[in-house]
Design a protein around this ligand. Structure first.
Ligand code: PEP
Length: 246
C-alpha cells in the first residue's frame, strides 16, 4: 500500500516568536509539495501562533497529559492542544522517556487522551545503544509497541510510529539502511499483528540525525514512510531539503 509521505519537525525546546518567520518559510515549502504531509511541533508557547498562520502544514504538540484537565501544574492537556489548533502530538519521545521517566503504560494513557481529543499521534519507539549492541533492538521496540499501542481501527487511523534509535538522536550517527529496513519491517509486522489490516495504513517514520545529506537514502528504505526530524527541522532550508527528498 502506498502511503502519503509524512515529514515532521520536532523543535524540542527551541523557538521564540522570532521563529514564526521560519515556520512561515517551512509552510511555503510545504505548499510546493502537496503530495507530502508536513508537520511542525514547536514548544507549547508557539502552538497557537503557528497554527494560526499555517496553511499547508500541520502543527503538533511534543507531549500531552493523560488527563483532559485538572490539578497538574505545568502540564498541558490534549484538548488544550486541539483547542490551540494542533492536529497531532508526539508521544513517547526518548527524551520524555529518559528525562521524565515515561513508561509504555503512561505513553499509552497519553495516546488514549490524545485520540479522545481528536489528535493524531506520533508514537516514538527506539532502542538504546546498549540494547542494540546486545542484539535486542527489535525485541525492545516490539515490547514498547505492545505496551503503548491503543486498540482499535480508529486508533490505527490516527497513528504514525516513529522509529528513533536513542543513540542516533542528535548525534549525527544513523543506523545502516539494512538495520533501518529490518526494524521497519519488524514494526510493520507488529502493527499488522495488533491491528490486522488497519495496521497496513500506519505510517512508520524514521528519526535520528536525519539531514539534507542523508534523507534521500533513508527515505528510500522499504517501509520508511517519512521522517521525524529534530535539529534539521529548525530552518526552512534544511527541513525543506528533507521535504523535497520525501
Ligand atoms: C528527535 O529528537 O526526534 C530527532 C530525530 O532529533 P535529531 O533529528 O536532531 O536527531
Amino acid at each position: 500500500m502506498a502511503l502519503r509521505p509524512y515529514v515532521v519537525g520536532n523543535w524540542k525546546m527551541n523557538g521564540l516568536r522570532a521563529s514564526l518567520a521560519e515556520a512561515r518559510a517551512i509552510d511555503r515549502v510545504a505548499a510546493r509539495y502537496p503530495q507530502v504531509d508536513v508537520g511542525v511541533a514547536p514548544p507549547y508557547t508557539l502552538v497557537l501562533a503557528l497554527a494560526e498562520q499555517a496553511e499547508h502544514s500541520a502543527v503538533g504538540g511534543q507531549d500531552c497529559h493523560a488527563q483532559a484537565k485538572g490539578a497538574f501544574t505545568g502540564d498541558v492537556a490534549a484538548p488544550m492542544l486541539a483547542d490551540a489548533g494542533a492536529g497531532f502530538v508526539i508521544l513517547g519521545h526518548s527524551e520524555r522517556r529518559a528525562l521524565h521517566g515515561e513508561s509504555d503504560a503512561l505513553v499509552q494513557a497519553k495516546s488514549t487522551a490524545a485520540l479522545a481529543a481528536g489528535l493524531g499521534v506520533i508514537l516514538c519507539v527506539g532502542e538504546t545503544e546498549a540494547e542494540r549492541d546486545a542484539g535486542e533492538a527489535i525485541k525492545v521496540v516490539a515490547g514498547q509497541l505492545k505496551g503503548s499501542l491503543v486498540e482499535g481501527a480508529a486508533a490505527a487511523a490516527k497513528l504514525a510510529v516513529a522509529y528513533e534509535p536513542v543513540w542516533a538522536i542528535g548525534t549525527g550517527r544513523v543506523p545502516s539502511v539494512e538495520d533501518v529496513a529490518a526494524m521497519h519491517a519488524a514494526i510493520r509486522a507488529e502493527l499488522l499483528a495488533f491491528y490486522g489490516d488497519a495496521g497496513a495504513a500506519v505510517r512508520i517514520l524514521y528519526g535520528g540525525s536525519v539531514n539534507a545529506g542523508n534523507a534521500v537514502e533513508l527515505l528510500s528504505v522499504p517501509e520508511v514512510g517519512g521522517a521525524l526530524v529534530g535539529g534539521a527541522s529548525l530552518t526552512a532550508e534544511s527541513f525543506g531539503a528533507i521535504i523535497h527528498a520525501a
